[in-house]
Structures are given as C-alpha cells and as structure tokens.
Design a protein around this ligand. Structure first.
Ligand code: 13P
Length: 388
C-alpha cells in the first residue's frame, strides 16, 4: 500500500510544474488568443447559405475565366471577344424561369460588372430571377515548386478588399478552386497547400459577407479505381476541415463543392450511379459536419446525364446536408452547342439549359427518372489535363 502511494506520487508532477507544462491552463494565459467568430455578417452568411441550399435548387457555374470561355466559344466556331462572352452569358441569365431550379450563379469578374446585351446589369437580371450572384475569387492555378508537378491556387493577396468590392457589386457568395491530382501523388505538400489556401480564403470571404464555396477538386485524371479516389478524398477533406477550424471558419456559413467519388477517367472498371453514391455519401458522413448547409457537387467532365444520375442516386434517402449541384459543363454543354453563336437559336439553347436545370432539380429531390435524354447529353466531357 505504502509503496503504491509512493509510486503514484513520484509520478505526479508538482502543481507548479503541472501549470508550467499545460499551455491551456486558465492560471497561465496563453501567448495566443482564441477568436470566437461573431462577425458583422454572421446571420447573413447563414441565411445566404441556406437560401442557396434550398430544396430542388442548385448552382449554375458560369465563371469560366476568359481563357476557358475562349475554349468553349472556339468549340462552336466563335471568337473569344467580350461581345461574344456577353451574348452567351446574357442567354444564360435570361433563360425564363431559371430561378425555379437555380439558386445561385457563379460569375467571372467580367460578368459581375457587365450588362446584358440589352443594357441591364447581369447581377440585376439574376436577382430578378431569384438567383443569388456569386463570384470566382481565386486567381487560378500555377505550378507548385517542390512538388511532383502539382499546382497551387493563387489569389490570397488583396483578397479581402476584392471581396468587399464584390459584395458592394451584389455578390453574396464566392468560389475558390484548388485541385488535387491523384496520378501525381498527391504529395502531402500539395494537399496541405490546397487545404490551407481554401481555409484562408474561406475566412476572408466570410469576413467580407460572402459565403465561401470550398472546392478542392480531385481531378478525374488517372487509371485508379474508386477505392483510391475514396482514400484520397478522405485525406483531403480531413485537412480542409482541420485548417478551416484553425482559421475560425464558421461551418454554418460555407458551402462545399466536392468531386464525386468515382474511378479515374482511364480506369477500365466503371462505377454505377449507386456505387458512386455509396462511396460519396460514405465520404461525406465520415468527413463533413452536419452543420454545413449544402454540398454542391462539381461535374468534373462527367456527361450531363451521368452527373444527373449520380446526384439522383445520392438523394434516394434523406441526408443531413442539402446534396445538390454546382455544374458548369454538365449544365451548359448542350445549351452551348444548340446556340452555336446564332441569335435565332437563343430560345432553343435556353430550353436546353432549362432541361438540364430541371433534370438536376429533380435529382436534388431524388425524383429524376432519366427519360427522353438526348444522345448528346450522354456524351462524356472528360478532357485529359483539363485546365479550368
Ligand atoms: P464543372 O462542373 O464543369 O466541373 O465545373 C464546375 C466548376 O465550377 C469548376 O470549378
């Protein structure tokens, strides 16, 4: 008994030592202070995120940079001029009744400050359609020195003042896209850099009233199977949430834009929508707190129909988050081809956009039945080493 007491006490540090070695002790103030987020925009951010994540609605991503928009226009034989970009974006935002299916539209900076071809501000047209304007705020990808030929996303310098100006201009949410490549590793460095950049961006956007869409895109490139996508996705989302917590990001005021968990584009074994849904929902349950209001998937090169079927499969039973879409290619592809740059095709092109928007709206509600889809909508859009 005596020896037991001796043993115990000899292992217990004295109180003074204990205080010295416990940095979180209230008796010894820490060198760093904790911020409890109660920013000016807290309530508004929560409301914005909930509005975007409203039943049967998702996001139209129409934020292609001028370079990417140029590639789209070239595919229908048009020159990459401001007038052509304006004409195309006017067609998109004026599609009648679009707001029934679309709750937010992500714009490139040029469009945020642009007017439609008949002189109305694009932003006002969107608000008139009950669609929240959003803005791509990252400055694109550049090579990440010291990595395995991977990239990092630029744009943190001056971000706070840009976000404040975008808010003034009517934007209420933002997007930042970092990418992770499975065939190139991904290296621990690239994952950490992507996660840290997203977290800093998210904190800055929230400070300036914009709901951040957090998008670590795990590229489709590669011949890996679905298990490998799942493993990498788990790692990436763990780091993203770790750094968002460190940066005091308020989870109720963010939206996520993940890649669905699928096999690599060059993998011979394809996955059914049910398998994609099973892996993707497992990922979300393991990594995403239920306080996050909305999961708005990117399409990443899937065909229009594939992206809709996969989303529909994920909504066959209730989820803690709104599980929806934020597609660019999978909403716009048929629409763009139908337009072909011809004024007489505007109505048909808008109808094509509405077909996709409605199909994805139904998929958000788990009610898409996939009837009457065109062969075109079933064509994959994967492009190797695609740059956005
Ligand atoms: P896709 O749906 O074409 O992948 O684009 C979504 C997007 O906004 C990528 O950042």
């Amino acid at each position: 008994m005596a020896s037991a007491t001796l043993l115990k006490s000899s292992f217990l540090p004295k109180k003074s030592e204990w205080l010295n070695t416990r940095p979180l002790s209230s008796a010894q103030p820490m060198a760093v202070s904790f911020t409890v987020r109660a920013g000016a925009y807290t309530d508004e951010l929560v409301k914005t995120a909930k509005t975007i994540a409203s039943p049967g609605r998702g996001i139209l991503a129409m934020d292609e940079s001028n370079a990417t928009c140029g590639k789209r226009l070239a595919s229908i034989g048009l020159e990459n001029t401001e007038a052509n970009r304006q004409a195309y974006r006017t067609l998109l935002v004026t599609a009648p009744g679009l707001g029934q299916y679309i709750s937010g539209a992500i714009l490139f900076e040029e469009t945020l400050y642009q007017s439609t071809t008949d002189g109305k501000k694009m932003v006002d047209v969107l608000v008139g359609q009950n669609i929240m304007p959003g803005i791509k705020v990252d400055k694109g990808l550049v090579p990440l020195a010291g990595s395995n030929d991977e990239s990092w996303c630029q744009g943190l310098d001056g971000l706070a003042s840009r976000c404040a100006a975008y808010y003034q201009q009517g934007a209420r949410f933002a997007k930042w896209r970092a990418v992770v490549s499975i065939p190139n590793g991904p290296s621990a460095l690239a994952v950490k850099e992507a996660a840290w950049g997203l977290a800093r961006y998210a904190a800055i956007a929230q400070d300036n009233g914009l709901v951040p869409i957090v998008e670590p895109e795990i590229l489709l490139d590669g011949d890996h199977g679905i298990e490998r996508s799942f493993e990498v996705s788990q790692k990436v989302w763990a780091e993203v949430f770790f750094y968002m917590a460190e940066n005091n990001v308020m989870y109720e005021g963010i939206l996520l834009k993940p890649s669905m968990v699928t096999p690599g584009a060059e993998c011979k074994e394809r996955a059914t929508p049910e398998q994609v849904a099973e892996y993707t929902l497992k990922l979300l349950h393991r990594r995403i707190p239920p306080s996050v209001p909305g999961i708005m998937f990117l399409s990443g090169g899937q065909s229009e129909v594939e992206a809709t079927l996969n989303l529909n499969a994920m909504n066959q039973s209730p989820n803690p988050w709104h599980v929806s879409f934020s597609y660019a290619r999978a909403l716009q592809n048929t629409c763009l081809k139908t337009w072909g740059g011809r004024p007489e095709n505007v109505k048909a092109a808008q109808d094509a956009l509405l077909v996709r928007a409605k199909a994805n709206s139904l998929a958000q509600l788990g009610k898409y039945i996939g009837e009457g889809e065109s062969a075109e909508a079933k064509e994959g859009m994967y492009v190797k080493n695609y740059s956005y």
